[in-house]
Design a protein around this ligand. Structure first.
Ligand code: ADP
Ligand code: MG
Length: 346
């Protein structure tokens, strides 16, 4: 099933200070009008009541997997569901609890066939959990990186189209995903289902420092981070100085998923985290040495990975661009790599 994701849970750590505030290029990253704001506490608690599921009503089944939040179980609540239980050592203060409730409240606004169905949440500590429909297919991560499945170009375009549709809807509703990655995209009989949107703030990336300054890097996470997010990584990441995720940084993440679909691997392959953080933060793009594709296909990638957030396309534009692509076979032979001169500019 989708739980067999191998070395999923191990985390890389980096010691010391990782952010580089010395970047010489300014892009107005803090003035993004399209970024969502957290709801006020009172309006949140009002609207939350109808989504509250008493923990006792859940019939919890087996463990499906573990992620940043905690343990994910399959279960039953008026049918098959996925139950995402939050680790309480992460939610140990009032502020984090409020962040959890605020993020839960955004879910009720989501109704789209490419988004996982949010059913409700358990919001009484110490039992905090999110209940969604159970995705039956496998994640794109499992298809691409575990099973090494090769998709043909028309399938790749079809998948990318559906991701764009779901993401375009989220953005139109004012929701920033913040964690768009192949592990959060399921494929169910040809249908794309996106999960875990807007939940990022309830996770703690950085362990408090009993052992010194450590930033925990989940494997395969850095390659989805846009330059402006990358530059804001801190060794001690507190809830209240959260990373500057925006609709634009979601588009950057989509670019990485597009690359994974095309190349069958993550960008920056083989590079240590420190190098990825340094290079991307300074505006260098991943190598395209392993990507053999048409100009149009690469143009989409380069646009998504634009250094300046406002130069990245919106998902409506993305859909139009994807539509224009010829759905012929993609040749993935690495024997004739095409280096794009723009790929490593700084
Ligand atoms: P990550 O997204 O980093 O893998 P998660 O905590 O979101 O971490 O997920 C842990 C595991 O549970 C993964 O294997 C994921 O595929 C699985 N999972 C998460 N949500 C669902 C769902 N709605 N339906 C089925 N499996 C799920
Ligand atoms: Mg997930």
């Amino acid at each position: 099933g989708s739980g067999s994701t191998g070395t999923d849970d191990s985390e890389r750590t980096i010691a010391g200070r990782v952010d580089s505030q010395d970047s010489t290029v300014s892009d107005g990253e803090n003035a993004d009008p399209r970024c969502t704001r957290q709801n006020s506490v009172s309006s949140v608690s009002q609207s939350l009541r109808e989504w509250d599921i008493p923990y006792d009503e859940l019939d919890r089944g087996e463990v499906i997997g573990r992620g940043r939040f905690g343990i994910v179980y399959s279960g039953n609540w008026h049918g098959l569901v996925a139950i995402k239980e939050l680790r309480m050592d992460y939610v140990n203060d009032e502020k984090t609890l409020e962040a959890f409730k605020a993020e839960v409240s955004t879910f009720r606004k989501t109704r789209h066939e490419n988004l996982v169905l949010f059913m409700g949440a358990c919001m009484k500590p110490p039992r905090l959990a999110i209940v969604t429909s159970l995705c039956k297919g496998r994640t794109l991560y499992t298809h691409i990186h575990v099973q090494k499945d090769k998709f043909n170009m028309s399938k790749i375009i079809m998948i990318a189209q559906q991701i764009s549709q779901g993401m375009g809807y989220l953005h139109a509703r004012g929701i920033v995903h913040k964690d768009l990655k192949s592990k959060n995209i399921f494929l169910e009989c040809g249908k794309v289902v996106i999960t875990d949107f807007g939940l990022f703030n309830v996770t703690r990336l950085c362990h408090d420092t009993r052992r010194g300054n450590w930033l925990s890097i989940p494997p395969g996470w850095l390659c989805y981070l846009s330059p402006e997010v990358m530059r804001n990584l801190r060794v001690v990441q507190k809830q209240d100085d959260g990373l500057p995720f925006t609709t634009y940084s979601d588009v950057y993440g989509f670019g990485t998923v597009w690359y994974e679909l095309l190349c069958g691997e993550w960008p920056h392959k083989g590079l240590p985290p420190e190098a990825i953080i340094w290079q991307v933060g300074r505006g260098m793009k991943p190598s395209l040495a392993n990507l053999q594709a048409s100009r149009d296909v690469k143009d989409i990638l380069m646009a998504c990975w634009s250094y300046r957030p406002d130069e990245r396309p919106e998902f409506s534009t993305m859909q139009a661009n994807l539509n224009k692509l010829p759905k012929k076979r993609l040749h993935r032979s690495p024997s004739h790599p095409i280096h794009l001169s723009r790929s490593a500019e700084s």
